[in-house]
Design a protein around this ligand. Structure first.
Ligand SMILES: Cc1cc2nc3c(=O)[nH]c(=O)nc-3n(C[C@H](O)[C@H](O)[C@H](O)COP(=O)(O)OP(=O)(O)OC[C@H]3O[C@@H](n4cnc5c(N)ncnc54)[C@H](O)[C@@H]3O)c2cc1C
Ligand SMILES: *[C@@H]1O[C@H](CO)[C@@H](O)[C@H](O)[C@H]1NC(C)=O
Ligand SMILES: *[C@@H]1O[C@H](CO)[C@@H](O)[C@H](O)[C@H]1NC(C)=O
Ligand SMILES: *[C@@H]1O[C@H](CO)[C@@H](O)[C@H](O)[C@H]1NC(C)=O
Length: 619
């Protein structure tokens, strides 16, 4: 009975979202509606008009840039976004995974890879990306992490002046307003647009996880502060226990500025580049089957994300010569666009059973939760799809620096069984065969999960165009666990061993914690818990946590992989920049939303400097 109740309410709220238009917002900034495809941002398309800056993509980085550039009243800014504005249900953190099944996701699939994704539908991993005003920040899990000081110091050491942690700290602080109880406040911002809060409710299993790591000698830390190694409750990109998306943070108020025009449902199809002067002059976009152009007096800025910024560059003639020639795209600049793509792989199969009810249960999810949520009481609705705590460990494998993690552990006070396999495991495309064998038998038990995430993978993939039609999605290749020394697999296995130690601590043993020992179907031939067994399990069920980066890598001129310079200008093309997660040159010890905001904030300052102090930036 309780099972259908939980589901019923989840579905009911979505149906309500589609039909009703009652106000439920408490932020008071505007009259929010529950209408699907919110009616705000209802600008008509325009043709041939001239702007100072054209920004492509209203995601995490693009929204920050649109806000910061439109602070300059004399500048006229156009922001073009392929998707729709958010609706009220986007605010509900617990629904995070649900949006992957809606038009707010581009719904890409990774190309099939040999010996990988063997337990997933069609052996193809789901690679979601947000599509809407707010971009991926509308569908993400709201985990707020900056990354490690050394991540950024490496960027600077690679030849990118201005990108060391000390250079970037002012931007990490500028972007956020930290409201968490525990914080290293001298490292944290308190006046920014992006709000950071604690999740208002916690399970006893999460407390147990924190205690277990402390028993192993790790400290409780602000992982966005002085020291990242350690354990902490998750810091969440929430405002009053509701999702704080890029749209809410950066655009909702700024759209009222007279100099910022936002056009939704506008799919940019190419950057218009003068083939003689190699200057970006504007963009072409499509809306409802009609094609339009917009001109940029100063610059075009691509913030279309790690899949679509490289796609647009290639469609516009900037990319690997041999590849563009294959598709008959005239080459304006030969650059290794999309040739390297790093990502964060994770393993969602480690289930811990407990002998007491200290985890999230579908039975506690009902009408009361909604009542509490709408009356601003702590509620299950405000949990990040079940994610409660994080730990950063140095396993001494990818590096020997005791302050630099090689794995992140994500603690969930529930698991893929908590919604009866109906939503979260489907976002990962885990097959019925896998689910029914591993999770189905524990649906009514007390179980939580710990997901290890490899933060500095050695393997990397790439992206290619499938067609020169801008409506066709690019081909995405993950190439996971393929590094020459199998270091990625070894790091994963070491993290599984660390999780086994966590389970053995007195904190967890108080609840008779056990690692679920159902063999992964397809791996029965290996001795359970041997290293080859875990490698087999990884090759069946490892999945992405959606942190694809480096497809438009930032680097110095002498870096043969670089697409943009340290001012984010595309090499060889004038008046064109890329500013989003795709410029991140190496994987960071973070989830990539905060880094994308930081890039947006930093890019805006670079652009302001270029144009405020000289009418002709230094090309
Ligand atoms: C399911 C999921 C969960 C995640 N969870 C977390 C998390 O918990 N914490 C975290 O830190 N990170 C998380 N991430 C990652 C993080 O959200 C992204 O890395 C970040 O939002 C990327 O920002 P961006 O500006 O690079 O691109 P995006 O935010 O993806 O924005 C790109 C925008 O450009 C638009 N666009 C693309 N092509 C075109 C075109 N041709 N014309 C017009 N517009 C176009 C897109 O529709 C989109 O709105 C998650 C990502 C996903 C997908
Ligand atoms: C919605 O909010 C607006 C502004 O606060 C108010 O005028 C209106 O009456 C509300 N509508 C409903 C259905 O509550
Ligand atoms: C890491 O390895 C070094 C060198 O082998 C060793 O001195 C150090 O104690 C190790 N640290 C941990 C935490 O295992
Ligand atoms: C759970 O297991 C622990 C350790 O074995 C035991 O002490 C405790 O009584 C058990 N609790 C319940 C509710 O069975």
């Amino acid at each position: 009975m309780w099972r259908s109740q939980g589901l019923f309410f989840m579905i009911a709220i979505l149906i309500q979202a589609c039909k009703s238009d009652v106000n439920v917002t408490t932020d008071g900034s505007r009259r929010a509606k529950l209408l699907i495809y919110g009616s705000d941002y209802d600008d008509k398309p325009i043709n041939g008009e001239e702007f100072d800056f054209i920004i492509v993509g209203a995601g995490s980085a693009g929204s920050a840039i649109a806000n910061r550039l439109s602070e300059i009243a004399q500048w006229k800014i156009l922001l073009l976004e392929a998707g729709y504005p958010p609706v009220e249900v986007h605010d509900m953190p617990i629904l995070a995974p649900v949006f992957q099944f809606t038009p707010y996701n581009w719904k890409n699939l990774m190309e099939k890879q040999d010996y990988m994704s063997l337990g997933l539908e069609d052996q193809r991993m789901s690679w979601p990306r947000g599509k809407g005003i707010g971009g991926s920040s509308l569908i993400n899990y709201m985990i707020h992490v900056r990354g490690n000081r050394l991540d950024y110091d490496k960027w600077a050491a690679m030849g990118n002046p201005g990108w060391s942690y000390d250079d970037l700290l002012p931007y990490f602080m500028k972007l956020e307003e930290t409201r968490t109880r525990h914080q290293d406040s001298q490292y944290r911002g308190h006046e920014g647009y992006v709000k950071v809060e604690d999740v208002p409710i916690r399970t006893r299993s999460a407390e147990t996880f924190i205690e277990a790591l402390q028993q192993m000698g790790y400290s409780y830390v602000d992982y966005n502060g002085y020291q990242q190694i350690g354990v902490s409750y998750v810091q969440a990109t929430l405002q009053d226990s509701r999702r704080c998306s890029a749209e809410k943070a950066y655009l909702r108020k700024a759209q009222e500025r007279g100099n910022l025009k936002i056009i939704k449902k506008a799919l940019v199809t190419k950057v218009i580049i003068n083939p003689i002067t190699l200057e970006a002059e504007g963009v072409e976009y499509e809306r409802d089957g009609m094609y339009y152009t917009a001109k940029a007096r100063k610059e075009v800025i691509l913030s279309a994300g790690a899949f679509h910024s490289p796609q647009l560059l290639m469609l516009s003639g900037i990319g690997p010569r041999y590849h563009l020639s294959e598709l008959d795209i005239p080459v304006l600049k030969d650059l290794p666009v999309g040739q390297k793509m790093y990502d964060h792989l994770s393993f969602p199969e480690l289930v811990i059973t407990l002998n007491e009810s200290i985890v999230f249960k579908a039975s506690s999810f009902g009408i009361n939760e909604f009542k509490q949520y709408f009356s601003n009481q702590p509620s299950l609705i405000s949990t990040l799809g079940g994610v409660e705590a994080l730990a950063y460990l140095n396993l001494n494998l990818t590096n020997r620096n005791p302050t630099y993690p090689d794995v992140e552990l994500i603690f969930m006070g529930g698991g893929l069984h908590s919604d009866f396999g109906l939503i979260t495991r489907k976002t990962f495309r885990i097959t019925d065969r896998m689910y029914n064998r591993i999770w189905k038998p524990i649906e009514n038990e007390n179980a939580c999960q710990i997901l290890p995430m490899l933060v500095h993978p050695k393997s990397y993939g790439y992206i290619k165009l499938k067609s020169k039609d801008p409506h066709v999605q690019p081909k995405l290749y993950g190439n996971y666990l393929t590094d020459a020394y199998n270091e990625d697999v070894r790091t994963f296995i070491a993290s599984i061993r660390a999780i086994q130690e966590i389970i053995q601590t007195p904190a967890f043993q108080r609840y008779n914690a056990q690692l679920l020992d159902t063999p992964v179907p397809g791996c029965e031939l290996f001795r359970f818990d041997s290293d080859p067994y875990w490698e087999c399990a990884l090759r069946h069920l490892a999945v992405t946590l959606h942190h694809q980066v480096a497809t438009c890598k930032m680097g110095p001129k002498y870096d043969p992989e670089a697409i943009v310079d340290s001012s984010l200008r595309v090499y060889g093309i004038k008046r064109l920049r890329v500013a989003d997660a795709s410029v991140i040159p190496l994987p960071v010890t973070a989830h990539t939303n905060v880094p994308a905001y930081m890039i947006g904030e930093k890019a805006s300052d670079i652009i302001k400097q270029d144009y405020m102090y000289s009418p002709y930036p230094n090309y």
